[in-house]
Design a protein around this ligand. Structure first.
Ligand code: TRP
Length: 333
């Protein structure tokens, strides 16, 4: 049984893109592997967060994850700041990673934007914390989007340098489980851009807490083209919006895109969109309801997260302790 770790930032209610591209793929892993899923609030504050918003979004993300099928009984579901070992190991890794390595991180360049001097130093060492998240559990399987590949390579470089510098074989190699581009959900307004929580237009995305009317409205207004649906995937090549909607219907109903096209070939979007809306509402309705139910009782939600943190800590503590010994820190009773 492999140990799986993944993290997700508490940056608002997850979108259909987060769900189909990541969260939904984590659900079956709970049955086959030992899984840890973490709401990474320490990562969130590398960019300015309003405290009340951060708190609300942390609970929202946890509720969404549970509503999507991550069960606190089957996996370890917790909040990063509840387990100090992440930050403690990250400090050691700050002293292992080289400036030159971090200077190559493309996500830092993207997130820091033009005024790099004004970026927080936390944003700069973000990848070191991410390496600690995974390695403090000796997790080896990490399901992430393609945009995180470089960070996982860095984590492996850190693990290797730690092992080499201290002459140990302590941290294992991490295997990225990159979620395929097939599961990539694009904006409803522009089929060439990723569906994103940070898009200024709410019309561009489906949020997991959107009600049926909102979903119907967003799909109705989604950008399409005037042509009919073809009977083969190749014909969608230059029609990103059409391709996206076909992809969403296929993903949400667990069918292949070919299968969806076989059913809808020769129809226009006037007929296709209601079918898509119906499938989305049927699938997301129960998730939304469960999410709202969980958020009505924050004490129960917090209690589930506290239990998760205890389970996580029980795994992390001995690994951190050993790492500290290897480094030469005076052992504490
Ligand atoms: N950096 C990841 C993201 O933005 C989130 C994350 C933090 C993560 N720690 C992690 C993902 C550890 C996988 C493993 O998507």
């Amino acid at each position: 049984m492999a140990r799986v770790f993944s993290g997700i930032q508490p940056s608002g209610v997850p979108t259909l893109g987060n769900y189909l591209g990541a969260i939904r793929n984590w659900v079956p892993m709970q049955d086959t592997d030992e899984c840890l899923f973490c709401v990474v609030d320490l990562h969130a504050i590398t960019q300015r967060q309003e405290p009340a918003e951060l708190l609300r979004q942390t609970r929202e993300m946890a509720a969404a994850l549970i509503a999507c099928g991550l069960s606190p009984d089957k996996c370890v579901l917790f909040v990063q700041s509840h387990v100090p070992a992440h930050a403690q190991l990250a400090w050691v890794f700050n002293c292992i990673a080289r400036l030159g390595w971090l200077n190559r991180m493309t996500q830092f360049k993207d997130k820091a934007g033009k005024d790099r001097e004004a970026a927080s130093t936390g944003l700069y060492v973000y990848p070191n914390l991410m390496a600690a998240d995974i390695l403090v559990y000796h997790a080896t399987q990490v399901p992430v989007g393609d945009d995180q590949r470089q960070h996982l390579e860095l984590a492996n470089d850190i693990a290797e340098k730690f092992n080499h510098d201290y002459g140990v074989d302590f941290f294992p190699r991490i295997e990225p489980l990159i979620q395929g581009v097939a599961a990539r959900v694009m904006s409803l307004r522009d089929g060439t851009r990723k569906m994103s929580k940070s898009d200024p237009s709410d019309q561009s995305r489906i949020n997991l807490n959107d009600d049926a009317d909102t979903i119907a409205n967003k799909i109705k207004r989604a950008t399409t083209d005037p042509e009919l649906l073809p009977d083969n995937l190749a014909a969608l090549e230059k029609r990103p919006e059409a391709r996206n909607l076909v992809g969403i219907l296929a993903a949400i109903t667990g069918r292949t895109q070919e299968d969806v096209l076989a059913e809808h070939a020769g129809r226009g979007f006037g007929a296709f969109k209601p079918a898509l809306t119906e499938a989305l509402v049927a699938h997301l309705g129960p998730i939304r309801a469960e999410m709202l139910r969980l958020l009505e009782d924050p004490a129960a939600l917090d209690a589930a997260l506290h239990q998760g943190a205890e389970k996580a800590e029980a795994i992390a503590e001995p690994i951190l302790k050993r790492a500290y010994e290897i480094v030469g820190f005076l052992p504490r009773r």
